[in-house]
Write a protein that binds this ligand. Structure first.
Ligand code: SF4
Length: 375
């Protein structure tokens, strides 16, 4: 469980597994929701209420986001990593060749992404302190900010001081998944490297929040542990972070593990219907928060959940460094189930009556003075 939560895992499990049809029905009729309500909506009993949950989530989604769906694209700039996460193709022990892009190569990939119309970028890299220093990160952030209105990062954990430097260099958001909130499973999956330290990882988003990051992206990898418990932990983490960093926007992600090149099979796979239940439950309990679904999911599923719960989608994604300029890269981080171009994603959303938005944040409103004031 998320450690600061005062409830034990058996207590949380008990509330989820023993929720009744009456409690689900009463929860769906409430006007405001709390932590106990998410437990009810994650329950097996609530799984029978998906049509009602879809209806209610759609109303919340429309109330807070209208018809808009934000689109972003990830740019991987290094596949070099000192960690050995057993579920990841970038793990240190994988003998495949690694690549860390030069600044010029990053700019080339960024221009290709920008040419698709996307104005929100997620910079992604494995954890390699020698290949990706803070000075390099600052240079990359400054260059990316010249091209994109909104730049966020999903990179190795940094100190609060470094996050402040990155925020000042133009980074607006930080994404970092705990992967699994179960301490024992976490140790099994992270056999060595700095990422093995569970508590250190748990602190990182607070450093980002303290540094002024406007968005804090949180999530767990679906398939590593019982999703009911993981989702409850994620909800607790969101409440915790929002309480401490009320100015930052929380972004939920629900990445299901897809096959790796070395055939890793997640121990507790999550079905599409279970994933949908989570998305709906989170939209109902956290109506104004961002919910992201990546190209790990199929186009059909993404089109469908964009109407009820999800308001943030990646589009046109490639998950290997340099892949936008030279598509035949050897090593990507994971398998993509939605390989549509940005144009195809935009058209499909428009055909569903939605309004894709390629800009998350307007740089014109963020002068350096405002950044100084914010931090
Ligand atoms: S999940 Fe991240 S830290 Fe772990 S091996 Fe992959 S790139 Fe490295």
């Amino acid at each position: 469980m998320f450690p600061p939560l005062k409830m034990s895992e058996p207590e949380v499990r008990d509330k989820i597994m023993n929720a009744t049809h009456q409690t689900v029905s009463a929860t769906l009729k409430k006007s405001g929701h709390n932590f106990d309500d998410i437990l009810v909506l994650l329950s097996p009993a609530a799984a029978e209420y998906l049509p009602v949950m879809r209806e209610l989530a759609s109303i919340h989604r429309r109330r807070y986001f209208g018809r808009t769906v934000q689109l972003y694209t990830p740019l991987y700039f290094s596949s070099s990593c000192v960690n050995n996460c057993v579920y990841c193709d970038f793990r240190h022990d994988n003998p495949s060749t690694r690549k860390t892009l030069s600044l010029d190569e990053i700019i080339n990939d960024a221009r290709v992404i920008k040419s698709t119309g996307i104005d929100s970028l997620l910079l992604v890299a494995g954890e390699d302190p020698k290949a990706v220093t803070i000075e390099r990160l600052e240079r990359i952030a400054r260059e990316m900010k010249k091209i994109f209105s909104y730049v966020s990062i999903e990179i190795a954990p940094q100190s609060e001081k470094n996050y402040r430097r990155l925020f000042k260099a133009g980074v607006d958001g930080l994404t970092l998944y705990q992967e699994t909130f179960d301490r024992q499973r976490y140790l099994e999956l992270h056999p060595c490297g700095p990422k093995r330290d569970y508590d250190r990882r748990l602190e990182i988003l607070e450093r980002g929040g303290a540094a002024g990051m406007r968005t804090l992206g949180i999530g767990f990898l679906l398939g590593l542990y019982d999703w009911h418990i993981e989702a409850a932990s994620l909800a607790a983490q969101a409440i915790w972070l929002k309480h401490k960093f009320y100015r930052s926007k929380i972004q939920f992600s629900f990445p299901r593990i897809t096959p790796t090149s070395f055939g890793y099979i997640p121990p507790i796979p999550v079905s599409e219907s279970e994933l949908e239940q989570m998305l709906l439950a989170f939209r109902i309990v956290f109506p104004e928060y961002d919910i992201t679904v990546s190209t790990r999911e199929t186009s059909e599923f993404r089109n469908r959940v964009a109407l009820t719960s999800v308001n943030n989608l990646s589009a046109g994604s490639l998950v290997a460094p340099g892949a936008y300029s030279e598509p035949d890269q050897e090593l990507g981080q994971f398998l993509l189930n939605d390989q549509r171009t940005v144009t195809e994603v935009v058209k499909a959303l428009q055909n569903s009556g939605l309004e894709p938005v390629t800009k998350y944040w307007d740089a014109a409103l963020v002068s350096d003075q405002i950044r100084d004031f914010h931090i």
